[in-house]
Ligand binder design. Structure first.
Ligand SMILES: Nc1nc2c(ncn2[C@@H]2O[C@H](COP(=O)(O)OP(=O)(O)OP(=O)(O)O)[C@@H](O)[C@H]2O)c(=O)[nH]1
Ligand SMILES: [Mg+2]
Length: 377
């Protein structure tokens, strides 16, 4: 999952690593030689620092004397050999990252994010966060420079993804029942499948659920929801194809109230954000049924298109959160990062397959671990 995101990041890591090595070379080129390539000069072996010894070397020579050094400043008993000392110098040297050092690595990062379908304003925000994390960072050369790059990016992503976080379980638990949840989005993105998955998720947590067949537009849509209803043992409130979706959903809510059901999950027809009539119809559904939570469903693989659609749906009917489906189908990861930022509303779940359990509650850490390659799907 998200393999391409990991691949793209390598450019950023390499650029940062190069800068650190370059800087370290400029700062301490007399000591930062490969230890094995150096023959010990006789004077050094005798422990007599020569003129021109670098600052780093002086640090070591001015360090408190090792135990065992006698009062007359003669050679300490456990004095480091030249080779050991050379290695120490290389590994102990530090560089401090300044603004000009970060230009190239951050450019590589921004490109990697854009190529991973992260929307431009979000990529810019991430770059800003990573920059402030790296500026002034003291970096010991010799250690893993990739770690520094990854750590700064991980912190930035977690920070951005956590901004609009909402705990779905807590939301349902605390909301007055029945909780009315409406699913909207463009055609074929996985709305109906996600409704069935969320129904199963809620049933597993002890809630009673009613489904509303609010897609009265597409042929076969009501039957599709009925198949899920019968598999899950759930009541499906429906009218005829061509009926008024707002009326169906209204009836489902009345049914839930009369039968003390906890949650109503309402399906709607897929609609393009450019279709004014269908968008007006959606506004009417919202006006009549007053959902507690409006969930926008789109495909993680749609990348920036999904982000743009989320923005436009949110402008028509304020969404409460999103579900990104088909994350299993080679998604680059960018839309999962961007949708919440652009809409200001949280991603609630990720769809990771076609069966009922293939639904992951969105947790920033879960996503970041996968984006950064620290956990497998
Ligand atoms: N791989 C994968 N496929 C999914 C996922 N979610 C849904 N699908 C598939 O996407 C296809 C469309 O799903 P639907 O639930 O019918 O989509 P919809 O948005 O309701 O479609 P319309 O009602 O036509 O607008 C189906 O074949 C689903 O099995 C997912 O997370 N991963
Ligand atoms: Mg559907």
């Amino acid at each position: 999952m998200f393999n391409r995101f990991k691949e793209k990041l390598s450019g950023f890591k390499e650029a940062l690593s190069c800068k650190i090595q370059e800087k370290a070379g400029a700062k301490g080129n007399q000591v930062a030689q490969p230890a094995t390539a150096v023959e010990p000069p006789a004077a050094e072996v005798q422990g007599t620092p020569q003129q021109g010894t670098t600052a780093a070397a002086r640090d070591i020579s001015e360090a408190p004397k090792a135990q065992g050094a006698d009062k007359n400043n003669s050679r300490p008993k456990n004095r480091l050999s030249f080779l050991e000392k050379a290695k120490t110098l290389v590994f102990e040297q530090e560089v401090v990252l300044e603004e000009k050092d970060l230009d190239e690595p951050l450019w590589a990062l921004e490109m990697a994010l854009l190529e991973s379908d992260v929307a431009l304003p979000v990529a810019e925000e991430i770059v800003k966060e990573v920059k402030s994390g790296l500026l002034g960072a003291r970096k010991k050369i010799g250690a893993d420079t990739g770690e520094l790059a990854e750590g700064a990016l991980k912190d930035a992503l977690l920070n951005i993804l956590s901004r609009n976080h909402l705990d779905f379980d807590e939301y349902v638990r605390e909301k007055e029942k029945p909780v009315k949840i409406l699913f909207v989005g463009v055609n074929g993105t996985g709305k109906t499948t996600s409704i069935a998955k969320v129904a199963k998720y809620l049933m597993d947590r002890g809630y009673s659920v009613v489904l509303a067949a609010g897609d009265t537009f597409r042929a076969g849509a009501i039957e599709q929801l009925e198949v899920h209803g019968s598999r899950l043992g759930l009541k499906v409130v429906k009218h005829k194809t061509g009926g008024d979706p707002a009326a169906v959903i209204f009836d489902a809510i009345e049914y839930a109230k009369a039968h003390n059901k906890d949650v109503v999950l309402a399906d709607t027809a897929g609609r393009l954000h450019t279709n004014i009539n269908l968008m007006d119809q959606m506004k009417k559904i919202v006006r009549v049924t007053k959902p507690d939570l409006l969930i926008f469903v789109d495909e993680a693989i749609a990348g920036n298109d999904a982000v743009e659609r989320a923005r436009l749906f949110n402008e028509s009917v304020p969404i409460g959160g999103s579900i990104l489906t088909k994350t299993d189908a080679d998604a680059k990861g960018g839309s999962a990062i961007s949708v919440a930022y652009i809409t200001g509303k949280p991603v609630l779940f990720l769809g990771i397959g076609q069966t009922y359990p293939d639904l992951v509650k969105f947790e920033p850490q879960w996503l970041v671990d996968r984006l950064m390659g620290e956990a497998e799907a």
